[in-house]
Design a protein around this ligand. Structure first.
Ligand code: SF4
Length: 303
């Protein structure tokens, strides 16, 4: 399945009435709420548009290249061919969102291509893509946990070995986390492992994060009891989100990621004022990319 690069985000500045589908819980939105409830509200409920960053564009293009690479016959997935895929992947990302040309203007697309090629070249130090065929690429995974908690996400890659063992893989173009931030990274993979366990009935044998910039693999083996505990954590988190959604109480919580946050003008911690709370969206509609942590261009946290 392709990443829906051309899907649309509700535009708060549009003259058309804004439609706001019911939020779902993705790893990204769960992390937002845990980190700062106001950030969650502005992203998932108000849907305030956020300008893409250059790093996010670069990460989105890297993901597109790796997806295209695995679309080729195994024998053709060498590093030179991967490098050739970069301009096409960039065009695909560029077609999905206006304003990216200005973002890469410094140095032009060639400078961006070089950065992407370096990251993709690093991938070959960690895996040999000619030796296996993934079972799924950019696969949408979803389940209503216990019939009522909407878990949604996109998994970069799912591998299934001939003996049926399943591996969940996520690529990262940012730096590998220190030990104190590993939990956040694993949260995402446990989320996907739980959704796969509940939908396919298979406990993933391995969760793998691939940090392309640092050429580091982070692998983890989940167990069923742990995922059951994780389900209870998500249940409590969703309940907290629903409670806040009812009252509109989404307090700002200053944290180390504030410097990357686009909402300073709407945040009391930085002298701003949030817009009036629009209420919890009740419209039952297709979950949008922003619920999934996959806006047209990924956020810095998602690449
Ligand atoms: S700037 Fe910090 S406190 Fe304010 S909304 Fe963003 S993450 Fe929250």
């Amino acid at each position: 399945m392709s990443v829906p690069l051309s899907a649309s985000i509700a535009d708060e500045t549009s003259a058309e009435p804004v439609t706001r589908s019911r939020p779902a819980l993705s790893p990204s939105r769960a992390a937002d709420f845990k980190q700062c409830p106001l950030k969650y509200r502005l992203r998932a409920i108000d849907r305030v548009p956020e300008p893409p960053t250059r790093a996010a564009v670069r990460g989105t293009v890297v993901h597109a290249v790796l997806e295209d690479l695995f679309g080729l016959p195994a024998a053709e997935r060498g590093p030179d061919r991967a490098a050739e895929l970069v301009p096409g992947a960039w065009e695909r990302v560029r077609a999905g969102r206006e304003g990216l040309d200005e973002l890469v203007a410094a140095g032009g697309p060639e400078a961006l291509f070089e950065e992407v090629r370096r990251l993709v070249a690093g991938y070959y130090e960690l895996e040999d893509p000619t030796r296996f065929d993934p079972d799924g690429l950019e696969e949408r995974v979803e389940v209503d946990l216990d019939g009522e908690i909407p878990l949604r996400g996109f998994v970069d890659r799912i591998d299934v070995a001939p003996n049926g063992l399943l591996r969940v893989v996520d690529y990262k173009t940012g730096r590998a986390p220190g030990p104190q931030h590993e939990a956040r990274a694993l949260f995402q993979l446990k989320f996907y492992a739980l959704v796969i366990l509940r939908t396919r009935g298979i406990l993933p044998a391995q969760l793998r994060l691939i940090y392309l910039a640092d050429k580091v693999l982070l692998t983890y083996t989940p167990d069923r009891e742990e995922l059951d505990r994780f389900a209870r954590i998500l249940t409590a988190l969703w309940q907290a989100i629903l409670d806040a959604g009812r009252t509109g109480d989404f307090p700002p919580q200053r944290n180390s990621m504030c410097r990357y946050c686009d909402f300073h003008a709407l945040c009391p911690e930085f002298g701003g004022t949030p817009p009036p709370y629009p209420g919890w969206p009740t419209r039952d509609a297709t979950t949008t990319d922003i619920d999934l942590g996959l806006p047209l261009v990924r956020t810095p946290e998602d690449v």
